[in-house]
Design a protein around this ligand. Sequence first.
Ligand code: FAD
Length: 468
Amino acid sequence: MSKDLKERICIIGGGPAGISAAMYLEKKGYKNYTIFEKLNKIGGKSYSPKLKVGGEERSFETGAIMGAITYHAVHEVEEFAGVGHADGPNMRRMYRDSSGKEIFPFDPKKNFSLKKLFGLLKLKKQMKKLVQIMNEKYKGYDVYGHRGVAQGKYDGLSKELHNSLQLVSGENPNLKDLALPFDQFCKLNGVEEVQRIWIGPYTSFGYGYFDEIPASYVMKYLDTTTAIEFVNMRLWTWKDGTQSIYEAANKKLKNPALLNTEVVKVERPKGEKIKVTVKDKNGERVEEFDKLIVTTPLDWFAKLADASAKEKELFSKIRHEEYVDFIATFDENQGPTISGYIFDNMTVERLGHAMVYYHRWEDLGANCPCVVYALRNHLGSEDVPYDKTIEMMMEDMALCGFPVKERLYEQETYYCPHVTPEDFKAGWYDELEKIQGEHNTFFGGEIMSFGDMEDTCASSKDLVERFF
Ligand SMILES: Cc1cc2nc3c(=O)[nH]c(=O)nc-3n(C[C@H](O)[C@H](O)[C@H](O)COP(=O)(O)OP(=O)(O)OC[C@H]3O[C@@H](n4cnc5c(N)ncnc54)[C@H](O)[C@@H]3O)c2cc1C
């Protein structure tokens, strides 16, 4: 099929998915695209506000923080933008129990007991086993996206190290197991212990609990290489924050995003151009396009567009996490000096409690504002009300010995869109694939693979590679 490089393309959303979609389109020679971003900033949930601390302006992270050597698509955006990740702060951490006391779950020498030693040896053995089965039994598990997984196939960009993100496909009936909730998947494979490792960068980072999330999502984000990089703290961070990647990339684009411009209506009459109504400071206007790339939540899209019955049905099945975070300040010299993972609070029973606090700047010691995080929903449990969650997070920080003086920035994000294990198994992703391109509309963003920077940028690459 010959490509029409002049066609007019609308991209909804100026987060990592939208900015990288524009970059990949440009690399293919498309110049006639427009990105609409409703906020006055680029980056979406990769948001890095600046605060003046100790007379100096520093970046903080209220959204995305880190990447790893497996962040191939993000690296392509970095290269395009001229941004590097070598100068970011370290990711040191310590662990606490629910009473705030320091614990040493992974150090056999601290609070030594034979039970602990054997537990750690078992964990190590199961980690090794998981690496082996993922590479062999579940070959193909780490390509981006979930197309075909429920049918025992893989089809997407390859996530193997040191490649150039090529599209690969193949069959592997074992992949069907990845529709199981992650806890059941671990049980099936005799590697239950590894959840103790995965839970840190998974549940405490707001991505849900292991009894509700299909293993396919967990392993998309925390493939074994990324998980091991996390354990060894070989992580990428950015001095000016993750947002700086997308801001710099946006500046390099031929058509930088139009900020403060919200898409409020989409009409796709058959045989005609797509009509996109946007609202900015001058009011509403309609613009016409040949194609549409949606990087915003699809359940929102269904409400503002002339969604088909199939789109409505599919998008109504999307769930998301309610992840709360705020920047906490402390009295002089009274804050943490290192990030803390409150392990006991990562269980469903402790829903709404603080699970992590992130201390970003080592040199600021106990005077560094920290970001505190909690999840307040779980499939099958009642949501913890927002105000109650904030109250519990404040209490947890006090228990750790760091009473919060002020909350500087507080947010709850639409986080980690996904479908249930049942809908995953029933082939939700294959149904979605069938409607890709209908009405000249293409769906990207977090739901396609996973709600992190890498998977969203890679999903944009996947879309552009396959359909443009
Ligand atoms: C607390 C937190 C911690 C995180 N930690 C990490 C991490 O360490 N590593 C990592 O890789 N990822 C992390 N993430 C996830 C990462 O930030 C997101 O997955 C990524 O930003 C998703 O990019 P996106 O473009 O798909 O969506 P978003 O970032 O949500 O961007 C969507 C954009 O669309 C805009 N928009 C929405 N509706 C409209 C409309 N109608 N019209 C126009 N514009 C619209 C929004 O304003 C937004 O800018 C974290 C996120 C949070 C919140």
